[in-house]
Design a protein around this ligand. Structure first.
Ligand SMILES: C[S@@+](CC[C@H](N)C(=O)[O-])C[C@H]1O[C@@H](n2cnc3c(N)ncnc32)[C@H](O)[C@@H]1O
Length: 247
């Protein structure tokens, strides 16, 4: 039997997470930083949004409520995930939404047309993509001109507390710094590249049980330091440079 591909490994691992109920539990861990990010996304009714690595779809539903029906039209959200079990759970929990579509697929081969999305959110997924260059090339393809991306990353070099997970995870991950990510986005021709820290302000009770951190103090320090939020826009390649204007 041939070795599974990197996407198949991710699919198997995250199907296990989904079957163990981790998809839904992640809402509790990621909600605070995601809500803060969604506020920065300045979503408008009528916009088309991609939720890349959508998991069980709780954030997809938050997005869908904000872009739904309005004077500028009927906005829609597409959730993409490499785990078919996550996609199944997300669909089952989103039956009341007419403006969400979940698609099973990889960030390295986004199953969607080019120049489509006005905004993109990715929560705690980007560092799993084995070929981040390929994923960024795909994002560049599917984003609309001026489209803006919001990538939240909890595991990164500048937050030393997050590095405790690397050996616990059963799939390989990228551990890059803020500066390295900013450079990577610029290399892929994205504009207005910005990085921010998004702290998680939820309290950690003294009797909280954690398997991911060595101590509650480490967990609290991790949350205080916060997630890395990367923001970037796709340039409008249709706009000719001034010297090339044709009269
Ligand atoms: C830590 S979970 C976060 C899920 C969700 N965004 C949330 O915050 O609850 C990471 C998600 O990324 C998905 N994922 C990992 N690698 C992927 C890839 N190459 N393409 C698409 N999705 C991927 C996983 O299947 C999983 O659902």
């Amino acid at each position: 039997m041939s070795e599974p591909s990197s996407d198949e490994r991710l699919q198997q691992e995250f199907n296990r997470w989904a079957e163990a109920g981790e998809g839904e539990k992640m809402e509790r861990h990621h909600l605070d930083i995601t809500e803060k990010t969604i506020r920065l996304m300045d979503l408008r009714p009528g916009e088309r949004v991609l939720d890349l690595g959508c998991g069980s779809g709780w954030a997809t539903r938050l997005l869908a409520r904000l872009v739904g029906e309005g004077p500028e039209g009927f906005g829609q959200v597409v959730g993409v995930d490499v785990s078919d079990e996550m996609v199944r759970q997300a669909r089952a929990a989103s039956k009341d939404f007419e403006n969400i579509l979940y698609v099973w697929g990889s960030a390295e081969k986004i199953p969607w047309e080019e120049n489509f999305f006005d905004k993109m959110l990715s929560v705690e997924s980007f560092y799993y993509y084995p070929d981040q260059d390929r994923a960024l090339a795909e994002l560049f393809r599917v984003m609309a001109p001026h489209g803006r991306m919001f990538i939240l990353i909890n595991l990164y070099k500048d937050n030393p507390y997050s590095l405790q997970w690397v050996d616990k995870l059963k799939v390989p991950v990228h551990v890059r710094s803020e500066a390295e990510y900013v450079e990577l986005l610029r290399k892929h021709a994205f504009e207005n590249v910005e990085a921010r820290r998004i702290p998680d302000d939820t309290p950690t009770p003294d009797d909280y049980q954690t398997k991911s951190f060595k101590s509650l103090d480490d967990l609290r320090a991790f949350k205080k330091m916060g997630a890395l939020l990367l923001m970037a826009s796709k340039p409008d390649l249709r706009t000719p440079a001034p010297g090339y204007t044709i009269y």
